[in-house]
Design a protein around this ligand. Structure first.
Ligand code: ZN
Length: 604
């Protein structure tokens, strides 16, 4: 048995029932975010009407509140931009805007200030004080340059101004981070054209490396244990920014606006981030758009839309629980907002595109409240401050995604007859994938397998096929030599991270685990997993350790057979006979609906 403490922090008091975990879940004091004021945006009024003075969340235990903090206004200054755009291609209008500071196009640039250049003296100072560069990745074996080493982000304050007719996005994002080592420089993941970076109020050097690395060298090194504020100003046309080797982006330009959503990448096209599941942070998203345009993001609106400059409105959203960049959401366009309150008092906010007929989608998506209530009985308390959903137009995102507190669904799924199965799937992700996030992308079955098994449980609940029937149908439908069985689910590789087999074989693994440990232990495992790893991360090894702890059974061979061995695992004779006979039985009623959700994956 091998158990590891959560990667970053255990934020929630462990319940008495989980006492064994108390010693394992090392409670690391959360940084108290003396969240300071971001710079005043001078060339555009990104902040107009939003805050009199800076706010950022202060978290303690399971809750994040807001604490007023000091104002730190920094002067604008252009930063030198050396480096190259090796992996990034831009459209004609924006070509080259990333290569030099451009005060005229910048979100916050101030012409005439002095560029910052690397100096030998600076390098020497870095060498003398022992500071080192942060890694360009976070150790993910498959996505080696996703996320960045050397720091943890606690808060993103994202200020945007968006012009739908041009798909032009200007932004100033303030990142509050804590170095985990003495940093001479560090990376962010971002692909839009940057005009300026400051660190703790001082202009910083920045450069491009690789496909999505923004390398920042602060004027002074950042000691471990301190807090730093990084402000990145940028402006670009996101739909024209392509990354070499990727068929798609996380930015979907629509006829009326845009959608920022995608997996595993999304934030690259609208805010700079430490883009990996293991670095979660609270988010404030403030977007100024022309009047009549609606903006939707995660969490809650902090105030009604307020007047900005003439003909423009500013929308403000805040996600007060820690959030991975890939489940951040930005929806801009012609939407109707529907706000309700759940039986437990949580806000449920839905957004429906007005450009399409959403009549078939609404009653299904609004089952979210009922489905979440049912899932709470299986998985434990709902982990977030709000719920809801977004129904996107046909020219928007092509698949459903578990964006935190507010999953997004393509309208086409419902107009083709799709039902609540997908809502059960994306709602289950709020526990599995969002709150209890994966540690590495190869652990993705812990997210997708669990969400798929939630569909099976929902089918059982609805009387449209038991989990056993769905297991048997899957087992017998794919012959032992079928490609379905010929790869390792626990380590699918970058190209197959969203393969349908990860979903179905992940669910099959959970069903076999349920049979192995019994219903009581199985659901105790699920609830304890979401409790101890709430707002944190876990790996397959961590999960196996918990299963062994709760069940008292050695399970290494079990997980090896179901997750880490190519080929169809053998079943006991009686089970095998039942599964084989399922190939002659009618498929469960829910089979087609569950298969339809399998088309909702992000394509690679
Ligand atoms: Zn999913």
């Amino acid at each position: 048995m091998s158990l590891t403490a959560p990667h970053k922090r255990c934020e929630r008091p462990v319940r008495p029932g989980a006492a064994l975990w108390l010693a394992l879940c090392l409670t690391v004091s959360l940084p108290v975010w003396a969240c300071s004021e971001e710079r005043v945006v001078q060339t555009i009024e990104l902040r107009k009407g939003v805050e009199e003075h800076g706010h950022a969340p202060e978290c303690s235990g399971d809750t994040c509140s807001e604490t007023a903090s000091e104002s730190t206004q920094t002067g604008g200054a252009e930063a030198a931009h050396s480096g190259h755009d090796a992996g990034i291609k831009r459209g004609v209008d924006t070509a080259g805007t990333d290569a030099k500071p451009s005060a005229g196009k910048s979100a916050a640039g101030t012409a005439g200030s002095k560029p910052v250049q690397p100096t030998a003296a600076g390098a020497s100072a870095v060498a003398q004080n022992g500071a080192k560069p942060g890694d360009p990745g976070l150790g993910d074996p498959d996505y080696v340059d996703y996320g960045n080493g050397g720091y943890n982000v606690s808060h993103y304050d994202i200020r945007l101004r968006y012009t739908p007719s041009e798909d032009r996005l200007a932004g100033v994002t303030t990142i509050t981070l804590a170095p985990s080592m003495h940093l001479s420089r560090f990376n962010l993941d971002f692909v839009l054209a940057v005009s300026e970076v400051t660190v703790n109020g001082e202009p910083a050097m920045f450069a491009r490396e690789g496909q999505h690395e923004l390398v920042i060298t602060p004027a002074s090194s950042l000691p471990e244990g301190t807090e730093a504020q990084v402000i990145v100003s940028y402006e670009d046309v996101p739909s024209r920014v392509r990354v070499q080797g990727m068929r798609r982006t996380g930015w979907w330009r629509t006829a009326d606006g845009a959608i920022g959503a995608g997996a595993p990448e999304n934030a690259w096209w609208w805010y700079p981030s430490n883009d990996h599941p293991t670095d979660k942070a609270t988010h404030a998203v403030t977007v100024t758009v022309p009047e009549g345009v609606t903006v939707v993001s995660n969490g809650l609106q902090t105030m009604p839309p307020t007047a900005a400059d003439q003909g423009w409105l500013t929308w403000s959203w805040r996600s007060s629980k820690h959030q991975q960049p890939y489940v951040s959401l930005l929806v801009i366009g012609d939407y109707e907002l529907v706000e309700r309150t759940t039986e437990s008092g949580l806000p449920a906010i839905y957004a429906y595109s007005k450009r399409v007929d959403t009549a078939s989608a609404r009653p299904t998506v609004e089952l979210t409240e009922e489905i979440v209530r049912w899932e709470e009985t299986l998985f434990g308390p709902y982990p977030f401050e709000a719920m809801g959903g977004v129904v996107a137009p046909n020219d928007g995102i092509g698949y459903a995604l578990e964006t935190q507190t507010r999953p997004i669904y393509p309208v086409g799924y419902f107009s083709r007859g799709g039902g609540a199965t997908v809502v059960a799937h994306e709602s289950a992700h709020q526990w599995f994938g969002d709150s209890t996030a994966i540690k590495y992308w190869r652990d993705v079955w812990l997210s997708e397998g669990f969400a798929t098994y939630a569909e099976w449980l929902y089918s059982e609940e609805q009387g449209t096929g038991t989990a056993q029937e769905l297991f048997d149908a899957n087992y017998s439908r794919y012959a032992p030599n079928d490609a379905f069985w010929q790869f390792v689910v626990g380590d699918p590789g970058k190209e197959r991270v969203f393969d349908a087999a990860v979903y179905n074989r992940g669910a099959m693994t959970l069903h076999q685990l349920r049979l192995t440990v019994g219903d009581d232990k199985f659901f105790e495992i699920l609830r304890m997993w979401t409790d101890v790893r709430r707002h944190s991360n876990g790996s397959t090894e961590d999960f196996r350790g918990l299963c062994e702890l709760v069940s008292g059974k050695p399970l290494e061979d079990f997980f090896d057979a179901w997750l880490f061995t190519a080929g169809r695992p053998k079943l006991e004779a009686a089970s095998s006979a039942r599964a084989e006979s399922a190939s002659f039985a009618p498929l469960p009623v829910s089979w087609a609906a569950i298969a339809a959700t399998q088309t909702m994956h992000p394509p690679r």
